[in-house]
Structures are given as C-alpha cells and as structure tokens.
Design a protein around this ligand. Structure first.
Ligand SMILES: Cc1cc2nc3c(=O)[nH]c(=O)nc-3n(C[C@H](O)[C@H](O)[C@H](O)COP(=O)(O)OP(=O)(O)OC[C@H]3O[C@@H](n4cnc5c(N)ncnc54)[C@H](O)[C@@H]3O)c2cc1C
Length: 556
C-alpha cells in the first residue's frame, strides 16, 4: 500500500451538499487558501442529492422570516431545538437558494419572476441535476477534490484534530492528510436498522445508503460531544419504492386515508410531519391498514405533473406504476414508514456544535446532516451551515500554528486497524453477516419497523447486551477483497453509533417525539423533567458512552 502525505489549510470531509458549498465558499472568501475535499464516492453524484430533488424545502416565501422559521421548527419538534443554530440557518436560507440559481439550478418562476412556492417554506425546482451543478461549481472553485477516497479517522494530537486518515477504494493508497482546520460534512447514518426491503433491494431506502455514519463514528472516537441521537428520523414514504409522499400530498393537495376510506388524520392531535407518520403506524396496528394517499380523481394533467416531479428525484415509482399498470387517478398510493436513521438535517441527531459550527474538539468544525440541534434544515440549511463553518474555520487557521508530522508508528496502527480482517484466515464472519446481525438487533430491541418504532427499558438493555457480543465478533471477521474491508469499516462505525444511540434512548425517560423516540414505559411528554438535550461523549479508557445533559437556551 502506497502512503501519501498531504497538507492543506482546510480539509473538508464529505463532498455532498454541505461539503461542496464549504469548498466553494472557502475559495470565494480567499482564493489563496489550500482547500481539499475528501469524498468516498464521486462528488458529481454523491450523498443525499445523488438522485436529485424537486424542491428546496427550506426557503422563506413572502411573509416568512428567520424567526417564523425558528417557530415552525420548534413546533414540529416539541419546542426542543437549538434556537441559535436554527436562527442562523434561517438568516441565510434565501441567499443559498439564490446562489444555487446562480450556479445554474432551474427554479420554477411565476409571471412576476418569483419562485413558485410549494407551501410556506418550500419552492419548486427542476432538481434532477442539482448535484452535478454543485459539483461543477466546486470543481471550478479551485479546491482540490479527492474522489473515491474514504476518511477512516481523524488525526488527533494533544486533544486537537489536525487532519484525517483516508484510504482509496481499491486499498492501493493510504492518505495522511494534515490540515490547519477540518470540517466534517459526511451526512447522517443509514443502515443501523433493518431496512424495509430485503436482500438485493436492501439499499432501496430513504437515506443515502452510502452515508454510513463514518464522520459521526470518527467524531465519537475522537471524543466529540454528540446530541439527540434518540431523536431518530423516520420518513413517511410510498410503499416499496420509498419515494417522497410530500410530492403527492402537496402536489395534488390530497390527504391520507385508511383501508376503510376514512381520512384518519382528523383523529390525531395535529398534522405535523411526525404525526402523519405516527397516525399511519397506529392505523395499521389497530387493523385499519393499509394506508394511502388518496390520489383518486386526479386529472390527467395533475398525474403528468406528478410524474415529471418524480422523474426529478425518484424515477422508480414511475417504473412501478408503468410495470404494474397502476392508474393513480383510480387507485390510491400506499404509504409506509422507513427504517430509522441518525440524521441532523431532517431530525436533530449529530455533533453538538456552537453557533460558529465548531464541535467540542479543537480544530474540528461540522455542517449539514452530520450536525445536531437544528432539524428541518434540508439542502439550503446544510449550505448555510457550511458557510458559517468555513468562516469560523478561516478565522481559526489564521490564529493556529502548523502541526508536526504524524509519526510512522501511529500511521501503521491506523492501517492495521482498518485492514485487520485481511489478516484473519479463519473468516468466521463476513462483514455483511455482522451488518445483518446489527440491523436485526436494532430492529427487534431498539425500536425498528417490526416494533412500530417503540422501545422500552428491558428491550433496550437487551440490545445493549447483544451489541457487546457483536463487538466481540468483530475480531472474527475475515475479508479477502477491498470491498469487504470497506464494508468491515462501515459496520464498525455503525456499531459504535448504535451503542451511543442505545444510551440516548435509555436515558430519555419520556416520550417526546412519537415514532422517532417513543418509550412505551414512559408514554407521556414530560416538559418538567425532560425539556433538555441528552448529549453523549465516548470515554476511551472505559470504552463506554457517558451521558451529559445540556439545557435549552432561548434566543428569540
Ligand atoms: C431522499 C432524500 C430526499 C430529500 N429531498 C429533499 C428535497 O426535496 N428538498 C430539500 O431541500 N432537501 C431534501 N433532502 C435533504 C437534503 O438533501 C439533505 O439534508 C442534504 O443534502 C444533506 O447534505 P449533507 O452535505 O449534510 O450530506 P450529503 O449531501 O449526503 O453529503 C455527505 C457526503 O459525505 C460523503 N461521505 C460519507 N462518508 C464519507 C467518508 N468516510 N469519507 C469521505 N466522504 C464521505 C458521502 O459520500 C456524501 O457525498 C432530502 C434528503 C433525502 C435523503
């Protein structure tokens, strides 16, 4: 394996939405800066935007303000959010949309030239090519882009992050990248829970299956504080194709019905995003499923528009309707919940950061889905966060010193850690088998789909015990191909995230976010005792996760 040593001013790990915008903004602010983007796939089609999107879901339409955006996010999250983070995102949302338009993204406009709204905080775009557009702008910015290189760990010296280790997909090259500041933009974590679809179709999931939580696990190992893992995000989707339901609900302005043709949302306390999911789960549990979006009666033009919207980001649903000769103007579209994810862009699980997007570890900043505390930030919120992080990172590097080179022994240790299964001739388990074991444990004992997302203390303790055994099985994993080695590293990261998640779920003794965090043994919202953040830090010496409580601060 060839060892490549690089040094850079700002290292951005993850070339998705936030990563690309971070690179573009850094070079915009100072073209002399040496900026490196490390991306495990290829930035042209990586991360959440790989397949495209058809709306910018965080945009302040006429009459909306950053403060009203904070109010909305608070309402959807039972009040418990980081108002400071959400407000700073709100202040930049529309600027980010304008920037996307200037990069070449097509926004639909009305006769007056205003963006066409899809609700109060969403505007329509032709977004199939949003990622190639962002990638081209990143390429043109002059940043160094390392595609098909996977970050494996931060370089930590004297309690400070000073770069990262990374490996090429073919395992031919190992990178030691020293940086004056590091920004983590690796997105959230998929694949912790058993997915909806089996075997070959298991990657047909809501979140990007390639966002395996690497940046979160790297942060946990480096001792960074994490927040709100217990607020998992579960998407309400069309059955099997896992396509967005909002496209139909907002596009056709139709509601949810159960198998008895009843508009069941009237029986639930509100129509918030989590409640629409929760209601669907309850209707199924109580024998009134399947549930649907009632598309019956849609006009030919409406169906045509809907198909165009799906072709912008989820073409598989169009293929299904075509293959199965489904006419949605005559039969409703079935909906279901996805498996849970750890994600800070829709939910609020991730790094605990300050308002400048600095993590609790010196030298390390974070932006986008990998950060917690500010849900519902979506594309433009992730971009806003990236800009804030870059501005702080630049200020930091101006005052920081150059770091010493990493010693050979430390480099060798990291290479041995990530390639360990290649030395294992027994090969008792494959990485895939460990992944499936993890997902089964999490599904059955930590509130997966099979448990209607509910948890209780006894099951969580069992999950915790089973994860300890699974951890021990890791040394029995063998690998003979680069892909298996990479999958082994992904599953190590997922297990660590799962362990932290269990501690968070165990700690919050109330039900704050039904489905996302629902304790059957503590079924009520308890603002008196639990209106606070549950955070965690990994303690290396005891190999355990310590929980920390943080209070909620109001800024508006
Ligand atoms: C299916 C889906 C539909 C959505 N639809 C909309 C919508 O219509 N409108 C809207 O506004 N928002 C939408 N969102 C939300 C929005 O897309 C995300 O919030 C946002 O794109 C996340 O940006 P990010 O940069 O944090 O993560 P990503 O864009 O996912 O980027 C993370 C990047 O990190 C890379 N990476 C991961 N691990 C490593 C590693 N170890 N080393 C190197 N690189 C690594 C990944 O390959 C990826 O490129 C949607 C999200 C999903 C999942």
């Amino acid at each position: 394996m060839e060892i490549i040593k690089l040094s850079t001013d700002i290292l951005i790990i993850g070339g998705g939405t936030a990563g690309c915008q971070a690179a573009i903004h850094a070079k915009e602010l100072n073209s002399d800066l040496d900026v490196t983007v490390l991306e495990k796939a290829g930035i042209k089609r990586s991360g959440c935007l790989a397949a495209g999107v058809n709306a910018i879901n965080a945009y302040l339409t006429e009459g909306e303000t950053p403060e009203s955006y904070v109010d909305f996010v608070k309402k959807e999250s039972h009040g418990l959010i980081r108002e400071d983070l959400t407000l700073s995102i709100g202040q930049r949302l529309n600027l980010m949309s304008e920037k996307l338009e200037s990069y070449g993204l097509v926004f639909l406009k009305d006769k007056k030239g205003n963006y066409v709204a899809r609700g109060k905080r969403s505007v329509k775009i032709n977004g199939e090519n949003i990622k190639p557009i962002m990638a081209e702008k990143t390429q043109d910015s002059g940043a160094r882009i390392l595609n098909k290189i996977i970050a494996t760990n931060y370089i930590v010296e004297d309690g400070r992050v000073s770069g990262a280790y990374a490996i090429s997909l073919d395992l031919e090259k190992f990178y030691v990248i020293k940086a004056k500041a590091v920004i983590c933009t690796t997105g959230g974590a998929a694949g912790i829970y058993k997915p909806n679809n089996p075997v070959e179709a298991r990657h047909k999931m809501w979140y990007s299956p390639f966002n395996t939580g690497d940046g979160l696990a790297m942060g946990i190992r480096a001792g960074a504080e994490m927040t709100s893992f217990e607020m998992r995000f579960i998407a309400l989707r069309t059955k099997d194709t896992i396509s967005p339901t909002g496209t139909i609900a907002q596009g056709l302005k139709v509601g949810q019905i159960n198998a008895k043709n009843e508009k069941y949302m009237v029986n639930y306390e509100n129509k918030s995003t989590p409640m629409r999911l929760y209601a669907t789960i309850v209707e199924n549990l109580e024998g009134r499923g399947p549930c649907y979006l009632d598309t019956r009666g849609a006009t030919e033009d409406q169906v045509e528009e809907l198909k165009k919207a799906y072709l912008n980001m989820s073409p598989s649903i169009i293929l299904k309707w075509n293959d199965e000769k489904i006419d949605i103007s005559k039969e409703p579209v079935e909906i279901c919940g996805s498996e849970p994810y750890i994600v800070g862009g829709h939910g609020q699980a991730g790094y605990w950061i300050d308002n400048s997007r600095k993590t609790t570890v010196d030298g390390l900043y974070a932006a986008g889905d990998v950060c917690g505390g500010s849900p519902k930030k979506y594309v433009t919120g992730c971009m806003a966060e990236a800009e804030i992080a870059v501005e702080a990172a630049i200020e930091y590097i101006n005052s920081s010193e150059n770091h010493k080179a990493v010693d050979e022994k430390t480099v060798a240790e990291e290479i041995n850690r990530i390639t360990a299964p290649l030395q294992n001739s027994d090969k008792l388990f494959s990485p895939q088998e460990i992944e499936e074991k993890l997902q089964k444990i999490m599904d059955e004992y930590a509130g997966g789909i099979s448990q209607a997302y509910r948890v209780n203390e006894e099951k969580l303790l069992k999950a915790k015990r089973l994860l300890t055994y699974l951890d021990k099985d890791l040394c029995k994993v063998g690998a003979s191909t680069p892909l298996e080695v990479l999958k082994y590293n992904e599953v190590i990261n997922r297990i660590l995230i799962a362990k932290a998640l269990i501690e968070h779920l165990l700690y919050r003794k109330e039900t704050r976010w039904k489905c996302y965090q629902e304790r059957v043994d503590y079924p009520f919202l308890d603002n008196k005792n639990w209106f606070k953040f549950v955070n965690s830090v990994y303690e290396k010496d005891s190999d355990s996760i310590k929980i920390i409580e943080r209070e909620v601060k109001k800024v508006i």
